[in-house]
Design a protein around this ligand. Structure first.
Ligand SMILES: [Zn+2]
Length: 271
Protein backbone atom coordinates (compact mmCIF):
# COMPACT_ATOMS: atom_id res chain seq x y z
CA UNK A 1 0.00 0.00 0.00
CA UNK A 2 1.23 3.45 -0.92
CA UNK A 3 0.13 7.06 -0.78
CA UNK A 4 0.15 9.30 -3.86
CA UNK A 5 -0.07 13.02 -3.29
CA UNK A 6 -2.22 13.87 -6.31
CA UNK A 7 -2.25 17.57 -5.49
CA UNK A 8 -0.61 19.59 -2.72
CA UNK A 9 -1.98 23.03 -3.63
CA UNK A 10 -4.56 25.36 -2.20
CA UNK A 11 -7.78 27.07 -3.31
CA UNK A 12 -6.13 29.56 -5.70
CA UNK A 13 -5.27 27.91 -9.04
CA UNK A 14 -1.51 27.99 -9.56
CA UNK A 15 0.66 26.46 -12.28
CA UNK A 16 2.96 24.94 -9.63
CA UNK A 17 0.51 22.82 -7.63
CA UNK A 18 -2.71 20.95 -8.28
CA UNK A 19 -5.69 21.11 -5.89
CA UNK A 20 -5.56 19.29 -2.55
CA UNK A 21 -6.26 15.59 -2.93
CA UNK A 22 -4.59 12.26 -2.32
CA UNK A 23 -4.86 8.63 -3.26
CA UNK A 24 -4.19 5.32 -1.60
CA UNK A 25 -2.83 2.62 -3.86
CA UNK A 26 -3.27 -1.03 -3.02
CA UNK A 27 -2.48 -3.64 -5.63
CA UNK A 28 -3.82 -2.47 -8.98
CA UNK A 29 -6.41 -0.15 -7.47
CA UNK A 30 -6.41 3.52 -6.63
CA UNK A 31 -8.66 4.87 -3.85
CA UNK A 32 -9.23 8.59 -4.16
CA UNK A 33 -9.26 10.82 -1.07
CA UNK A 34 -10.97 14.12 -1.91
CA UNK A 35 -11.49 15.23 -5.50
CA UNK A 36 -9.84 18.58 -5.95
CA UNK A 37 -9.27 20.60 -9.11
CA UNK A 38 -7.64 18.43 -11.81
CA UNK A 39 -8.18 15.20 -9.83
CA UNK A 40 -9.02 13.27 -13.02
CA UNK A 41 -5.91 14.56 -14.82
CA UNK A 42 -3.69 13.86 -11.82
CA UNK A 43 -5.00 10.27 -11.64
CA UNK A 44 -4.02 9.76 -15.29
CA UNK A 45 -0.61 11.40 -14.68
CA UNK A 46 -0.01 9.03 -11.78
CA UNK A 47 -0.28 6.10 -14.17
CA UNK A 48 -3.78 4.95 -13.25
CA UNK A 49 -6.88 5.08 -15.40
CA UNK A 50 -9.74 7.29 -14.30
CA UNK A 51 -12.33 4.71 -15.41
CA UNK A 52 -10.83 2.13 -13.04
CA UNK A 53 -11.21 4.22 -9.88
CA UNK A 54 -14.27 2.96 -8.02
CA UNK A 55 -13.89 4.50 -4.55
CA UNK A 56 -13.80 8.09 -3.38
CA UNK A 57 -13.48 9.18 0.26
CA UNK A 58 -14.22 12.81 1.16
CA UNK A 59 -12.73 14.50 4.21
CA UNK A 60 -15.04 17.55 4.12
CA UNK A 61 -16.84 19.83 1.73
CA UNK A 62 -14.90 23.03 1.45
CA UNK A 63 -14.97 23.58 -2.30
CA UNK A 64 -11.21 23.18 -2.83
CA UNK A 65 -11.63 19.52 -1.80
CA UNK A 66 -14.37 18.75 -4.33
CA UNK A 67 -14.08 21.12 -7.30
CA UNK A 68 -12.81 18.14 -9.31
CA UNK A 69 -15.58 15.77 -8.22
CA UNK A 70 -17.88 16.37 -11.18
CA UNK A 71 -15.09 16.20 -13.72
CA UNK A 72 -13.74 12.99 -12.16
CA UNK A 73 -17.22 11.40 -12.09
CA UNK A 74 -18.18 12.25 -15.67
CA UNK A 75 -14.71 11.43 -17.08
CA UNK A 76 -14.81 8.06 -15.32
CA UNK A 77 -18.08 7.22 -17.09
CA UNK A 78 -17.14 8.63 -20.49
CA UNK A 79 -13.83 6.75 -20.38
CA UNK A 80 -15.59 3.45 -19.80
CA UNK A 81 -16.62 2.78 -16.20
CA UNK A 82 -19.70 0.57 -16.12
CA UNK A 83 -20.06 -0.05 -12.40
CA UNK A 84 -21.32 2.32 -9.68
CA UNK A 85 -18.90 4.77 -8.09
CA UNK A 86 -18.75 4.33 -4.32
CA UNK A 87 -18.54 7.61 -2.47
CA UNK A 88 -17.86 7.87 1.27
CA UNK A 89 -17.83 10.98 3.39
CA UNK A 90 -19.29 13.01 6.19
CA UNK A 91 -22.60 14.80 5.93
CA UNK A 92 -23.76 16.42 3.63
CA UNK A 93 -22.21 13.90 1.19
CA UNK A 94 -25.63 12.75 -0.04
CA UNK A 95 -26.72 16.28 -0.97
CA UNK A 96 -23.40 17.07 -2.65
CA UNK A 97 -23.68 13.91 -4.78
CA UNK A 98 -27.31 14.62 -5.66
CA UNK A 99 -26.56 18.21 -6.73
CA UNK A 100 -23.51 17.16 -8.74
CA UNK A 101 -25.57 14.53 -10.59
CA UNK A 102 -28.18 17.15 -11.46
CA UNK A 103 -25.44 19.33 -12.95
CA UNK A 104 -24.51 16.56 -15.43
CA UNK A 105 -28.04 15.22 -16.09
CA UNK A 106 -28.30 16.99 -19.46
CA UNK A 107 -25.01 15.57 -20.73
CA UNK A 108 -25.77 12.07 -19.39
CA UNK A 109 -29.16 12.10 -21.19
CA UNK A 110 -27.57 13.19 -24.48
CA UNK A 111 -25.05 10.37 -24.41
CA UNK A 112 -27.58 7.78 -23.15
CA UNK A 113 -29.95 8.69 -26.03
CA UNK A 114 -27.12 7.86 -28.44
CA UNK A 115 -26.84 4.42 -26.86
CA UNK A 116 -24.20 4.78 -24.14
CA UNK A 117 -25.27 2.53 -21.25
CA UNK A 118 -26.13 4.52 -18.14
CA UNK A 119 -24.36 1.98 -15.94
CA UNK A 120 -21.38 3.82 -14.52
CA UNK A 121 -23.37 6.93 -13.70
CA UNK A 122 -24.77 5.35 -10.54
CA UNK A 123 -23.26 6.46 -7.26
CA UNK A 124 -23.54 4.49 -4.02
CA UNK A 125 -23.15 6.86 -1.11
CA UNK A 126 -22.06 5.91 2.40
CA UNK A 127 -22.34 8.57 5.10
CA UNK A 128 -19.49 8.15 7.57
CA UNK A 129 -19.28 9.30 11.17
CA UNK A 130 -16.42 9.54 13.65
CA UNK A 131 -15.68 6.11 15.10
CA UNK A 132 -16.72 4.21 11.96
CA UNK A 133 -14.50 1.43 10.64
CA UNK A 134 -14.93 -0.37 7.34
CA UNK A 135 -13.05 -2.63 4.99
CA UNK A 136 -12.85 -2.08 1.24
CA UNK A 137 -11.13 -4.78 -0.86
CA UNK A 138 -8.94 -5.71 2.12
CA UNK A 139 -8.12 -2.08 2.86
CA UNK A 140 -9.01 -1.28 6.48
CA UNK A 141 -10.39 2.22 6.90
CA UNK A 142 -10.98 4.02 10.20
CA UNK A 143 -12.44 7.50 10.55
CA UNK A 144 -12.43 10.03 13.36
CA UNK A 145 -13.06 13.73 13.74
CA UNK A 146 -9.36 14.37 13.99
CA UNK A 147 -9.44 18.11 13.39
CA UNK A 148 -11.28 21.30 14.27
CA UNK A 149 -11.71 23.27 11.05
CA UNK A 150 -13.50 26.54 11.76
CA UNK A 151 -17.24 26.19 11.35
CA UNK A 152 -16.97 22.88 9.46
CA UNK A 153 -18.41 20.41 11.97
CA UNK A 154 -18.51 17.60 9.45
CA UNK A 155 -14.90 16.74 8.78
CA UNK A 156 -13.14 13.39 8.97
CA UNK A 157 -9.59 12.12 9.28
CA UNK A 158 -8.83 8.76 7.66
CA UNK A 159 -6.49 5.94 8.69
CA UNK A 160 -5.85 3.37 5.96
CA UNK A 161 -4.18 0.08 6.84
CA UNK A 162 -3.08 -2.80 4.60
CA UNK A 163 -0.04 -4.92 3.86
CA UNK A 164 1.52 -3.99 7.22
CA UNK A 165 1.48 -0.24 6.50
CA UNK A 166 -0.61 2.57 7.95
CA UNK A 167 -1.25 5.88 6.20
CA UNK A 168 -3.18 8.66 7.91
CA UNK A 169 -4.69 11.73 6.26
CA UNK A 170 -5.68 14.23 8.90
CA UNK A 171 -7.36 16.84 6.66
CA UNK A 172 -7.57 20.56 7.39
CA UNK A 173 -7.57 22.11 10.83
CA UNK A 174 -6.13 21.87 14.33
CA UNK A 175 -5.82 18.43 15.90
CA UNK A 176 -8.55 17.14 18.22
CA UNK A 177 -7.88 14.58 20.94
CA UNK A 178 -8.87 11.87 18.46
CA UNK A 179 -6.01 12.48 16.03
CA UNK A 180 -3.03 11.09 17.97
CA UNK A 181 -4.78 7.77 18.74
CA UNK A 182 -5.85 7.50 15.07
CA UNK A 183 -2.35 8.27 13.80
CA UNK A 184 -0.51 6.16 16.39
CA UNK A 185 2.45 4.36 14.82
CA UNK A 186 1.48 5.42 11.28
CA UNK A 187 4.15 5.05 8.62
CA UNK A 188 2.95 8.25 6.99
CA UNK A 189 0.92 11.15 8.42
CA UNK A 190 -0.28 13.91 6.09
CA UNK A 191 -1.09 17.28 7.67
CA UNK A 192 -1.63 20.84 6.52
CA UNK A 193 0.19 23.44 8.63
CA UNK A 194 -0.48 27.15 8.56
CA UNK A 195 2.21 29.81 8.98
CA UNK A 196 0.28 32.93 10.01
CA UNK A 197 3.35 35.17 9.79
CA UNK A 198 3.52 34.45 6.05
CA UNK A 199 -0.20 35.09 5.61
CA UNK A 200 0.26 38.52 7.10
CA UNK A 201 3.00 39.23 4.61
CA UNK A 202 0.98 38.11 1.62
CA UNK A 203 -2.38 39.53 2.60
CA UNK A 204 -0.86 42.92 3.30
CA UNK A 205 -3.43 45.07 5.05
CA UNK A 206 -6.11 42.35 5.15
CA UNK A 207 -5.12 41.27 8.67
CA UNK A 208 -8.70 40.35 9.58
CA UNK A 209 -8.89 37.78 6.79
CA UNK A 210 -5.51 36.37 7.77
CA UNK A 211 -6.76 35.91 11.33
CA UNK A 212 -9.85 33.98 10.23
CA UNK A 213 -7.82 31.77 7.89
CA UNK A 214 -5.20 31.07 10.59
CA UNK A 215 -7.91 30.19 13.12
CA UNK A 216 -9.21 27.48 10.74
CA UNK A 217 -5.86 25.71 10.43
CA UNK A 218 -3.23 23.92 12.47
CA UNK A 219 -0.10 25.73 13.60
CA UNK A 220 3.26 24.21 12.75
CA UNK A 221 3.66 23.47 16.48
CA UNK A 222 0.36 21.53 16.58
CA UNK A 223 1.34 19.54 13.49
CA UNK A 224 4.83 18.76 14.78
CA UNK A 225 3.62 17.79 18.24
CA UNK A 226 0.90 15.53 16.80
CA UNK A 227 3.47 13.69 14.66
CA UNK A 228 5.79 13.32 17.66
CA UNK A 229 3.06 12.11 20.04
CA UNK A 230 1.79 9.59 17.49
CA UNK A 231 5.35 8.41 16.77
CA UNK A 232 4.84 8.45 13.02
CA UNK A 233 7.53 7.39 10.57
CA UNK A 234 7.13 10.30 8.16
CA UNK A 235 5.35 13.61 8.54
CA UNK A 236 4.24 14.92 5.15
CA UNK A 237 3.10 18.49 4.73
CA UNK A 238 0.93 19.64 1.84
CA UNK A 239 -1.97 22.07 1.17
CA UNK A 240 -0.08 24.59 3.30
CA UNK A 241 -1.48 27.99 4.27
CA UNK A 242 -0.58 30.40 2.80
CA UNK A 243 -0.43 28.82 -0.66
CA UNK A 244 3.10 28.49 -2.05
CA UNK A 245 4.75 29.07 1.34
CA UNK A 246 8.42 28.13 0.80
CA UNK A 247 9.11 24.51 1.78
CA UNK A 248 12.20 25.41 3.83
CA UNK A 249 10.20 27.85 5.96
CA UNK A 250 7.55 25.20 6.65
CA UNK A 251 10.20 22.59 7.48
CA UNK A 252 11.95 25.07 9.80
CA UNK A 253 8.68 25.75 11.60
CA UNK A 254 7.92 22.02 12.11
CA UNK A 255 11.43 20.81 13.02
CA UNK A 256 11.55 22.00 16.66
CA UNK A 257 8.55 19.78 17.50
CA UNK A 258 9.24 16.60 15.49
CA UNK A 259 12.65 15.03 15.04
CA UNK A 260 11.53 12.31 12.61
CA UNK A 261 11.51 12.56 8.83
CA UNK A 262 9.67 15.59 7.46
CA UNK A 263 8.64 15.45 3.80
CA UNK A 264 7.68 18.51 1.73
CA UNK A 265 4.80 17.17 -0.34
CA UNK A 266 4.89 17.57 -4.11
CA UNK A 267 2.31 16.73 -6.75
CA UNK A 268 2.45 13.04 -7.76
CA UNK A 269 4.94 12.11 -5.01
CA UNK A 270 4.59 8.46 -3.90
CA UNK A 271 5.25 7.44 -0.32
ZN1 LIG B 1 -11.14 22.99 4.37
Amino acid sequence: MELILLGVGAPPPTPQKSGPCNAIVKGEKLYLVDAARHAATQIMKSGFHVSKVDHLFFTHFHSDHYTGFGEFFISRWIMGASTPLKVYGPSPVEEIVERMLRYYEYDIDLRAEEGKPRAGTDIEVSVLEPGNALEVDGLAVRVEKGTHHGNVDDILSYAFEAEGRKIVIASDGSPTEALVPLALGADVLVMHPCLPELIDERFGSFKATAKIVAAHHATAEEVGRTAAAAGVGKLVFSHVVPPLAPDDKVREALAPYFDGEIVAGEDLMRL
